[in-house]
Design a protein. Structure first.
Length: 267
């Protein structure tokens, strides 16, 4: 009798900690457990929890799990500040609005106080959305002592081109995030429009803000991610070519949550 042998996945040697799970369901459970633990710890220590969420198809099952699974019914939403990592310049009722989907899943059902929900007001003219969001962040963080004035948990993804947040290869915001103009302090939030930006225009957090976070959780699932994960692990690219490489926590941790399908397999 002949038995088929399922090839074993190979854990990529990525910068940070790699959590390898058999499938998407186990991955969601791992992220949800870690987020819950971090939320409870921060509420005990600081009185609140600052959470930044990304859009996209990969994290939305996680958000639904947090709302529907009895294991997370004690998630401290009433002590949580909810932020948006990046947003398309579309109205909130648009199907491609990250905030619309996060609102439908979490905000409308969690009991989180309205004043602790922070959407990006992307339909404002010019760069005022980025300017105002940066001011809002700094105002919220001022209530924490220095050194703890940062995000506690951030959900990120990685595109097939290596972008994260809305920092696309060859885009203006990526260039400014990597090398601010002379005499200007690094920005926390930028508008990203024009060359290199997948339409529509975007508002996005930058490396300066993200890399200050306690935990950065990057979720990657499926075979389509294998090639890009291999490039990240290879270490031969630069953040200009592969923006995900710009995620380098200063005093925190980068955690990769991968399913087996996203990893290469042994021969």
């Amino acid at each position: 009798m002949t038995y088929s042998v399922t090839p074993e996945p190979i854990k990529p040697k990525l910068p940070g900690t790699v959590c390898l799970t058999p499938d998407v369901d186990h991955l969601i459970s791992a992220v949800a457990h870690d987020m819950m633990a971090q939320a409870m710890s921060c509420v005990r220590t600081f009185g609140d929890f600052h959470l930044a969420l990304s859009g996209g198809s990969t994290p939305f099952p996680l958000y639904r799990r947090l709302m529907l699974d009895p294991d997370y019914r004690d998630f401290p939403w009433r002590r949580t500040h909810l932020w948006i990592v990046d947003e398309r310049c579309v109205p909130f009722d648009h199907e491609k609005s990250n905030y619309r989907q996060i609102k439908d899943i979490i905000v409308d059902h969690s009991g989180i106080p309205a004043e602790q929900v922070h959407p990006m007001m992307v339909m404002q003219p010019g760069d005022s959305c980025a300017d105002d969001y940066e001011k809002e962040l700094k105002h919220a963080f001022i209530y924490r002592e220095k050194g703890h004035d940062r995000f506690d948990f951030v959900i990120l993804g990685m595109g097939d081109d290596g972008h994260t947040a809305s920092l696309f290869p060859g885009s203006p915001a990526l260039a400014q995030a990597l090398q601010p103009p002379d005499g200007t302090p690094p920005r926390w939030v930028l508008m990203n429009r024009g060359q290199g930006v997948t339409p529509p225009d975007r508002c996005t957090m930058t490396f300066t803000l993200l890399n200050a976070s306690r935990i950065l959780a990057c979720l990657c699932v499926g075979e389509k991610k294998r090639e890009m994960l291999a490039r990240v692990a290879g270490g031969k690219d630069t953040p200009a070519a592969l923006p995900m490489l710009g995620i380098k926590p200063v005093a925190g941790e980068l955690r990769w949550y991968l399913d087996h399908a996203a990893c290469p397999v042994s021969a």
